[in-house]
Design a protein around this ligand. Structure first.
Ligand code: PLP
Length: 395
């Protein structure tokens, strides 16, 4: 893979015609070390947020040994890339064949579930295995999060007691897990979910060996500036310590976004300008799915040898495909003199951006280059230093 110092160095040297993904392994390493040092338990990387093998290797090298996988495809990918990794199959609705292959071929012993039917499926598929870690997924509120995960999965309060008691009989280790929704903007999301965990344990009167607080740890985006991650860890730690569980119980989390958002940005070229609309060469079917479909905002920076002294104005983007839906409202703040041929770096795309590229309409070719400058924002470099870019605005 090529290396450059920064997006500007790359533009000056190559003037790339295709969008280029800029990778920052040092930023992913920093995030992984932060979780390893400061989260008061074990961190499983949620692979769906960015499954690229080079990132998996970076995280492994930084000490991440456990991986939250949700499909057989992810099981195979991680097993192939990191043969020593421990895999945890944390999708509560799995194909029986997938469970069997995960258990017998890949040695996966940790599964989540939210119904008795799924428990029966797991026991059938593993032929009554007695060495399983089984985690019951509770339904919790997504009220504090930007992306809800509250409606699809999770046992209802009324079903939790019999389910926990049944799983206790079948499992070697019994766990409880939940997901507060992605980009949780307040530590209280975890505090409130832990109250549900407490109530469930008390009601079912079972011994719980694992409490897994899931993902949802935030990153930094324009208009979404979260409190320091330490404050999340503190709320979780205090709530965990107060639970009526055994002395040896383990605390787990499953960060996706927080471990990889800073890992990648995308360098795009402006092909046309129409007023305050910029036609760029990546979009809704590329790394900007969330920008198009849920109006997610990302920081942007004009990458030009001679910096512009024109004031910033608000732009929207059109992506390269022939589809009206390929539109990103933004607003993206860029100097008023942006013109065709200019390059723009779109930051913080390491989570759920790069993972969702398609080849629709013949676009989606991805060149990847390693850079060693800092991401446009960071939750890991100290609260006061972020972000440097003047074009990052907070609404
Ligand atoms: C998506 C997902 C995660 C990661 O969520 P983030 O918000 O990216 O941290 C973790 N666990 C499960 C079960 C998930 O579905």
């Amino acid at each position: 893979m090529y290396k450059h110092h920064s997006a500007l160095g790359l533009v000056s040297a190559l003037r790339p015609v295709q969008p280029v993904t800029l990778l920052r392994p040092h930023a992913a390493t920093r995030a992984a070390r932060f979780f390893a040092e400061k989260f008061p338990g074990k961190s499983l990387y949620a692979v769906k947020s960015n499954p690229s093998p080079d990132l998996l290797q970076v995280l492994w090298n930084a000490g991440v040994t456990h991986y939250d996988v949700a499909s057989l495809g992810e099981v195979r990918l991680v097993a192939q890339t990191l043969p020593e990794a421990t895999l945890c199959f944390m999708h509560p609705v799995k194909a029986e064949e997938a469970i069997a292959e995960a258990y017998f071929t890949y040695g996966v012993k940790t599964f989540s579930l939210d119904t008795i039917e799924e428990l029966e499926k797991i026991m059938r598929a593993t032929r009554g295995a007695t060495d399983l870690n089984l985690l019951v997924r509770l339904r919790v509120s997504s009220d504090h999060s930007k992306l809800s995960l509250a409606s699809k999965f999770g046992a209802d309060p009324a079903e939790v007691k019999p389910l926990l008691q049944a799983v206790r009989q079948a499992a070697d280790a019994l766990g409880i897990c939940f997901h507060v929704g992605s980009q949780a903007m307040s530590p209280n999301a975890y505090g409130e979910a832990m109250e549900r965990v407490r109530a469930a344990i008390v009601e079912a009167a079972v011994t719980v060996d694992i409490v897994d607080v899931g993902g949802g740890f935030p990153s930094w985006y324009p208009g979404m500036e979260p409190p320091a991650l330490e404050s999340y860890f503190e709320v979780i730690h205090n709530a965990f310590e107060a639970l009526p569980i055994s002395y040896s119980a383990e605390l787990w989390c499953e960060p996706g976004r927080a471990l990889c958002a800073e890992y990648a940005s995308v360098l795009v070229r402006v092909e046309k300008r129409r007023g305050n609309e910029l036609y760029i060469n990546d979009g809704a079917y590329g790394a900007l799915f969330d920008a198009a479909h849920i109006g997610w905002r990302y920081p942007v920076k004009l990458v030009r040898e001679q910096a512009s002294d024109v004031r910033d104005m608000a732009f929207s983007f059109y992506g390269p495909t022939c589809d009206d839906l390929d539109h990103m409202t933004g607003p993206f703040m860029l100097p008023g003199d942006v013109q065709p041929g200019d390059y723009i770096e779109v930051g913080m795309l390491g989570a759920y951006g790069c993972a969702m590229r398609t080849g629709f309409n013949g676009f989606g070719v991805e060149d990847r280059v390693i850079v060693d400058d800092e991401p446009m924002a960071s939750l890991y470099t100290g609260a006061t230093e972020r972000p440097a870019a003047s074009n990052v605005i907070t609404l």
